[in-house]
Each structure stands twice: as structure tokens, then as C-alpha cells.
Design a protein. Structure first.
Length: 629
């Protein structure tokens, strides 16, 4: 009797499965409730039996918002006894949507469509009544029998899945000393894109971005507490504290779009039966999981960092010290030492090193009074790399001797605080001797600054007499009321009307964001592919794959009007079905995307080849453009 008790449920399930598989394709819409309250959530499930769907088009769900969506394909059970398969999975598929009403009233949810064996199958419609209060009422057509159901489990990106940390290379710097802040994203889940939402003010610091010219962040793997993370250094900042004391670096806020797993748990009414030891050989019966992926926006913030900034020593601080901190060398040159009056001479001071170069002020030079000088031409050649800031700052003084004689330009001092030595270092240039001879035709007079201004306007002060013939007109002829006068009078009005018409049309076109994105989709994608081709020729595998990945996702996002937050392979397939895109071309697009994505996230030592991905991407974008015209 006990064996019969155990076998009866199994026989019933096998018979039901046989009848299910042998039937024709049928798409059924079901909902547990026919009456729901406003702002409450409920589920609508579409079940396809008797076939496998190659495309599925959901209804518009007017007056409802979608809070989540879950899909399970090939949802039949696979049963094993003593290690042998006795029942294979059937071709039943379900699509479940978590809906929230946005208005009250009685609404009809239109039919969904699924394409099976080249033919479209439609579901039944559902009628849902939404009121302001009251509990949800079970629909008479709901699945009240003890058949299998699915429960949606939406996974969110937890704080341990992705987080942002700020690191500093030193916490006790001197005032004016360079401090490098590195922001790193640690993630265990795919990140499709990220953007800095809020940049700290860096109060009390002079700052410079070290990664603004970097195309792609440095990426590597790191293990923390036994968990493996992909680490990306998304931003590096060089900070120079401008005062001593405790200075705080505020958190950096970053908005990410991450892919999280949306799971469906299959609950079976006969699960209690299979807890019996008789069914201990069944593999995952009544508890199968089906995973899909959703794009989720998540804002992460870094930790704040406090620096204890030390004041520079004041006991032995030289008078010529102006705040330069780091390691520098001074080079001074005079391009000519023997000249004639009114000849131009260049005195060049070049300061090279590592530190706050941009904050270096011009040197104080005491020129002889008979040498006419101008404000220096200042040029910077700064290298802002992830290692810090270094480079050269050049001061070029133009000197014009206005009288003959021998002149001396005294040495110039430049003082800085050397971090390695912990002391002030004073650099001194050479003393320059200048010999000026009398020039040809020079009356040996000195030209003052006021003379320079007079010479500047000589060319505009004296003009030739105008000898062009005058144009004569008849007496009584007036410009007023002439045809040209009327044209010029009406021209501004006509131009203004045309401007208003064109401007309003432009506003209308620009307001249709979806249309603008659709028009520019191909151009943007091909531009990215052009950039990817450059990386391909330079053997930049990561940059190449990143550009191809962005080109493909960006193209379908702009062309199909899918927001980035909702962009996934499921939504793309739905849009392809709505646009009646050829199935082979749609499959080719997804395959190209998968190939690119696999190569993009493959380990560094992977032997996966990227040959052909560029041509595949160009080919599928061209085919898609013909399909979506």
C-alpha cells in the first residue's frame, strides 16, 4: 500500500505532462486577482504550452507600470530514478509581469503574442478593476487548482556586490605637498556603464585630475575576505593642500548601471510528496531556478578621508620662498650677449621638476633701467599622469636695449621646499653680461613707454587723400520711399518671421528626443566602430572590445528607443519582434553581442580571439539599418 501511495502522484504527473506536450501551441494569460487596490502590486502570467516561442510581444499594459518581469523557458520537470531520466522537460514557457496600477477604473489588458513555428499565437485578454481601497479579490479564472506556480525573487545589487573606496598615498603631508587620491570601484557583478554624479569640492586644496585624458580605467582582480572582485581605478586626483591642519576630502558619488540576476523559483504542489526518501534520487524536483538579468541603477559613495597637513618650517624660511614644494631644477639662458640698440633679446627662465608647478610665480628680476622689458610669456608643459604631476614652466622675457653700453643682469634666485631633504633649497641663475653697440641710423635716444603708444597709432593717424570719383545724382532724388528703402524696411520683418518659423520647427524636432536619437543612431555607432578600428590596429584589445560593445548597445538603445536602464537582451528581442525584424538577423545581432561580451570579460590569459568581431559588428549594424528603416 505504501508503494502504491508513492507511485500514484508520479503516474498522475506523467499523464498530465504527456497530455500537455501532445497538444497544440496555446498562449494563456492568467491573473490571481480581478479586483486590486491602487498602488498595490499584482502579477500577470502568460503561459505558452505545446511549442517553443522564438519571439514574444507583451501588451502595452496601459494604466499600469511594470515593477518587474521574469521569464522561464522550457519549464518542464526532468525526473530521474536511480540515475536514469524517465521524464524529459517539456516546452512550456512563462512570462510573468509585476504590475502596479496608476489609475482607478475598470481596465482591459490586451492580448500578448508569441511566435511558434513561424505562426503568431495570441493570448486571451484580462479585465482588472482598480479601486482606491480594499483587498485584492481572487479572479474566477485564476489558477486556483494546485498546479505549479512561480515566485519572483528580484535580486538587488548589495553593498558587498559593488562599492567605491578612496585611497591616498599619504595621510600626513606638508602644506603644498602633492597627495594622490585614487578612487576604486570593487564589483562582483557586471557594470555596463558608470558616471560621476557628484565631485567633491576639495575645500582647502588645489586639485588637478590625473585621469581626464585616460580612455579606460586601470582594471585588475583583487581578493578581499575570500571574495574575488574586479577592481577599476576610475579616477585619480592630485591634491595640493593650501593650508595646514586637518583637511577633509568629501566622498565621491558615482552612479552605475549594473546587471543583477532576476530569479524565478518553481513551486510545485506535490513538493511535500517528494520529501519522502523514496524520491531522494530526484534532481532539484519542485525547486528549479530560472535566471534572467535586469539593468539596475545604483549610486555608490566613497569613504571620506582626513589628512593631517603639516605646516612648513618657518624658523629658517628664506625671504624669496613663495610656496613651491617638490623637487625642481632651474635653467636660465640669454640668447644674445652682443647686440645693437633696438635689437630684441630673449631671457628665458625654465623651472623643471615634480610638484605644484602650476602655482610657481614668475621670478623677481632687477633689470637695468636702460633695458626696455615686457611682461614674460609664460608657457607650461605639464604631464598629469597617474604617477602625479611633473613638467616644466617657462618664463620668456623680451628685452630691447634702447641705448648703447655694457649692462649686467643680476642672478635670479628660486627657492623651494625639498620633501626628500626636509629643507629649503635655493637655486640661483648665472649673472649675464650684455654688450650693446650703437645701431645704424640710431640717434642714441631712449624710447619711453609713451613713445611706444605713439608709434602704435602712427599707421592709423595719417591717411592718403581719397581720389575715388564721386557718384552724382539728379536733384530731387531721395533714398526715402525708393525701392531699396522699402526692401530694407521690410527685410527685418521677413527675416524675423522666417527665424521664428525655423526656430519653432527646430524646438519641435529637438523635443522629440527619441526621433533625434533614432536619426543619429547609425552615425554614432559607425563613429564608435571607427575608433574601435584604430584600437584594433594598435592591438588595444580591451579598448577595441569596449568600443564595439558600446557601439552595439548604443545603436539598439537609440534606434529602438530603449532607455539605458531598461536595456537587456530580453527587451531588445521584444523590440525586434515588434519591429518584425528578420529572425536570423536578430539572432546574428545577439550572437555578435555575446561574442564581444565574452571576449570583453574573458580573463587576461584567455585564448579567445577577437579576429572577425569588427567585421561582424559592421555587418550586423548595416543589416539592422536596412531592417529598421
Amino acid at each position: 500500500m505504501n508503494k502504491i501511495k508513492h507511485i500514484i502522484p508520479l503516474i498522475l504527473i506523467l499523464l498530465a505532462s504527456w497530455n500537455y506536450v501532445s497538444g497544440q501551441a496555446k498562449l494563456t494569460a492568467s491573473c490571481k486577482y480581478s479586483n486590486v487596490s491602487l498602488n498595490s502590486s499584482f502579477q500577470v502570467t502568460y503561459t505558452l504550452s505545446g511549442g517553443t516561442a522564438t519571439s514574444f510581444v507583451k501588451p502595452l499594459f496601459t494604466n499600469f507600470s511594470i515593477a518587474g518581469q521574469y521569464q522561464s523557458s522550457g519549464g518542464g520537470m526532468t525526473i530521474y530514478i536511480n540515475g536514469k531520466q524517465v521524464q524529459g522537460g517539456n516546452d512550456e514557457s512563462t512570462w510573468t509581469y509585476e504590475l502596479i496600477p496608476t489609475a482607478t477604473g475598470k481596465f482591459t489588458i490586451d492580448a500578448a503574442k508569441a511566435k511558434v513555428d513561424g505562426a503568431w499565437v495570441e493570448s486571451n485578454t484580462l479585465t482588472i478593476e482598480v479601486n482606491n481601497s480594499g483587498n485584492a479579490t481572487t479572479s474566477s479564472s485564476a489558477a486556483t487548482s494546485k498546479s505549479a506556480t512561480t515566485t519572483a525573487i528580484t535580486a538587488d545589487a548589495g553593498n558587498n556586490d559593488i562599492f567605491l573606496k578612496a585611497f591616498v598615498d599619504k595621510t600626513n603631508p606638508y602644506q603644498g605637498e602633492q597627495v594622490i587620491v585614487t578612487y576604486k570601484i570593487y564589483t562582483k557583478i557586471p557594470v555596463t556603464q558608470y558616471g560621476i554624479e557628484k565631485i567633491p569640492a576639495y575645500t582647502g586644496f588645489w586639485s588637478q585630475d590625473l585621469t581626464k585624458n585616460s580612455d579606460k580605467p586601470t582594471q585588475y582582480n583583487e581578493t578581499i575576505g575570500g571574495a574575488k572582485y574586479v577592481v577599476a581605478e576610475i579616477r585619480k586626483i592630485a591634491l595640493f593642500p593650501q593650508k595646514s591642519g586637518v583637511l577633509k576630502i568629501d566622498p565621491l558619488n558615482v552612479e552605475c548601471v549594473v546587471q543583477v540576476v532576476t530569479k524565478q523559483k518553481y513551486n510545485d504542489p506535490f513538493a511535500d510528496f517528494f520529501k519522502d526518501p523514496f524520491f531522494s534520487n530526484f534532481n532539484n524536483f519542485g525547486n528549479s531556478m530560472f535566471d534572467t538579468y535586469s539593468n539596475v541603477k545604483k549610486t555608490i559613495s566613497s569613504n571620506s578621508v582626513s589628512l593631517n597637513v603639516k605646516a612648513l618650517p618657518v624658523s629658517n624660511q628664506p625671504a624669496e620662498f613663495k610656496g613651491s614644494v617638490g623637487k625642481f631644477i632651474l635653467d636660465a639662458t640669454l640668447d644674445k650677449t652682443n647686440v645693437k640698440t633696438n635689437d630684441a633679446i630673449n631671457l628665458i627662465f625654465k623651472i623643471t621638476g615634480t610638484g605644484n608647478i602650476s602655482l610657481i610665480d614668475k621670478p623677481d628680476i632687477e633689470f637695468p633701467t636702460d633695458l626696455e622689458t615686457y611682461e614674460p610669456d609664460v608657457k607650461e608643459n605639464i604631464s598629469a599622469t597617474t604617477a602625479g604631476i611633473s613638467g616644466t614652466k617657462t618664463f620668456n622675457y623680451l628685452i630691447i636695449p634702447r641705448s648703447a653700453g655694457d649692462f649686467t643682469i643680476k642672478p635670479v634666485s628660486f627657492c623651494y621646499f625639498d620633501l626628500a631633504k626636509g629643507a629649503y633649497i635655493t637655486l640661483t641663475s648665472l649673472q649675464f653680461k650684455l654688450k650693446v653697440a650703437k645701431g645704424n641710423g640710431d640717434n642714441n635716444t631712449t624710447v619711453t613707454s609713451s613713445n611706444k603708444e605713439e608709434i602704435k597709432y602712427l599707421n592709423s593717424d595719417i591717411r592718403y587723400l581719397k581720389i575715388t570719383p564721386f557718384k552724382l545724382t539728379h536733384i530731387g532724388t531721395f533714398f526715402y520711399a525708393s525701392p531699396l528703402f522699402l526692401i530694407l524696411l521690410l527685410a527685418p520683418i521677413v527675416l524675423f518671421i522666417l527665424f521664428v518659423i525655423i526656430y519653432r520647427k527646430k524646438i519641435k524636432d529637438n523635443s522629440n528626443i527619441a526621433l533625434m536619437r533614432n536619426k543619429k543612431a547609425t552615425g554614432v555607432a559607425l563613429k564608435r566602430m571607427k575608433t574601435a578600428n584604430v584600437y584594433l590596429k594598435e592591438n588595444g584589445k580591451e579598448s577595441f572590445l569596449d568600443e564595439v560593445f558600446k557601439a552595439l548597445w548604443g545603436y539598439v538603445s537609440d534606434k529602438l528607443g530603449i532607455p539605458l536602464a531598461e536595456l537587456s537582451k530580453d527587451t531588445v528581442n521584444e523590440k525586434f519582434a515588434e519591429k518584425n525584424v528578420n529572425e536570423d538577423i536578430a539572432k546574428q545581432f545577439i550572437d555578435t553581442l555575446n561574442n564581444c561580451e565574452y571576449a570583453r570579460f574573458a580573463p587576461a590569459d584567455s585564448t579567445y580571439t577577437i579576429d572577425g568581431i569588427y567585421n561582424e559588428a559592421i555587418d550586423i549594424i548595416t543589416k539592422m539599418e536596412r531592417e529598421l528603416r
